[in-house]
Ligand binder design. Structure first.
Ligand code: UDP
Length: 370
């Protein structure tokens, strides 16, 4: 016969067992859940997809999952049966270098297959913000820029052009593709052209904080006085992509690059240092990386102005300093920004964007010689 103490002990044993079982079940459930989230993370990281998305459990992730249709998550990024030329380990561009010494791609025509690139990026459906300034007489360049971008810039991707202007009524009505928009951001007129060129960093920093951050995954900063001529596609996307300046990409010794050479300036780069000289007329990357960089240029320029110094090529000098010590994830060839001033050499197989010839004295407020 069980006495009361034995019955109490048996009950206690059953309770302890039930508690242990519940804990085990809970740990199991947590493990399965974390395994699933991990598979989302894997998908996005594979394509350098913005980390902002990685931490998202919202409809962005759901949207991607839906877009996958019947693909197996974590197994196939691209559609089965897609036709494209076989890649070779032996053949490719030999007239130019297509990799940097930090092992980042250096993107030229012939180093990527647009079919493959689009098949990787399009299902992710990223949102791309393009920040352009058209202050004063520069509004005249908007139509050509926007119309040509609609033909060549990330076609079939979600794009919003943020047009910063002091003259809203001069922003032309341009026919836009689906999921593409123009958002006008008013800014004051400028007395000096340098105010606009450097002011872009401050305005862009504030606009990202106030309106762009929740609406974009990638951000490009571009000069408005340019026209797209050929594909500027998802091969340009990365954490941070910078374009080689057409004037210094070939034979220039690093000491000849027009870096800021005065040690007093925050943009100072000493002789004997430097990789490439990048243009500030086209650059892009993940929203948060671009935010850090744009804000950095803004703050460094402010520091300079406290001691009454302006970097020799304004924000371009600060950009070059930053990119020397924070290497870009992709370097884009000068195909991504050529100029109508210069003949096109043999190694530039495709001009994707070209800067227009302009009468500096006529378009710039208070223009002197640069
Ligand atoms: N910009 C502007 N208004 C100005 C000066 C410059 O809107 O009065 C903007 C415009 O987007 C332009 C960019 O700043 O493309 C860079 O200026 P600019 O083209 O004059 O510089 P460059 O590349 O010719 O040295």
């Amino acid at each position: 016969m069980l006495n009361t103490v034995d019955m109490f002990r048996a009950a206690l044993r059953i309770n302890v067992f039930a508690v242990l079982l519940s804990i085990l079940l809970l740990i199991g459930a947590l493990y399965i859940y974390s395994g699933n989230s991990h598979s989302f993370r894997w998908i996005f990281q594979q394509d350098n997809f913005p980390m902002t998305h990685v931490s998202t459990t919202s409809c962005e992730v759901q949207e991607y999952v839906n877009n996958c249709g019947n693909w197996s998550i974590g197994e196939f990024r691209m559609k089965v049966g897609l036709k494209y030329a076989q890649p070779s380990t032996q053949k490719g561009r030999t007239d130019v270098n297509s990799v940097t010494n930090w092992n980042a791609p250096l993107v030229w025509e012939g180093t990527f297959d647009p079919v493959v690139i689009d098949a990787i990026y399009k299902p992710m459906n990223p949102r791309v913000a393009v920040v352009v300034f058209a202050v004063g007489k520069y509004t005249r360049f908007l139509k050509g820029f926007l119309q040509s971008a609609e033909k060549h810039f990330l076609v079939d991707f979600r794009v919003t052009y943020y047009v910063f202007t002091d003259n809203e009524q001069d922003v032309p009505k341009v026919e836009l593709g689906s999921a593409r928009n123009i958002s006008v951001v008013p800014v004051p007129s400028a007395q000096h052209w340098q105010e606009v060129v450097l002011g872009r960093m401050e305005w862009a920093t504030k606009a990202i904080d106030n309106q762009i951050r929740s609406k974009a995954d990638y951000l490009f900063m571009m000069d408005i006085d340019s026209v797209f001529h050929n594909r500027f596609g998802a091969e340009s996307l990365s954490r941070l992509s910078a374009v080689l300046h057409r004037g210094y990409y070939k034979d220039s010794h690093r000491d000849k690059f027009p870096y800021e050479r005065r040690p007093q300036s925050k943009a100072y780069i000493p002789a004997g240092e430097g990789d490439y000289y990048y243009t500030a007329a086209v650059w892009g990357g993940y929203l948060e990386d671009m935010y850090r960089l744009v804000k950095h240029c803004y703050i460094q320029a402010q520091e300079d102005s406290k001691i009454r110094i302006q970097a020799v090529w304004q924000e371009e000098s600060h950009l070059n300093k930053y990119l020397l010590y924070n290497k870009p994830a992709k370097v884009l060839s000068p195909e991504y920004l050529w100029s109508d001033y210069d003949p096109v050499p043999a190694d530039i197989k495709v001009v994707r964007v070209s800067q227009l010839i302009k009468n500096y004295k006529e378009v710039r407020p208070n223009a002197g010689n640069r």
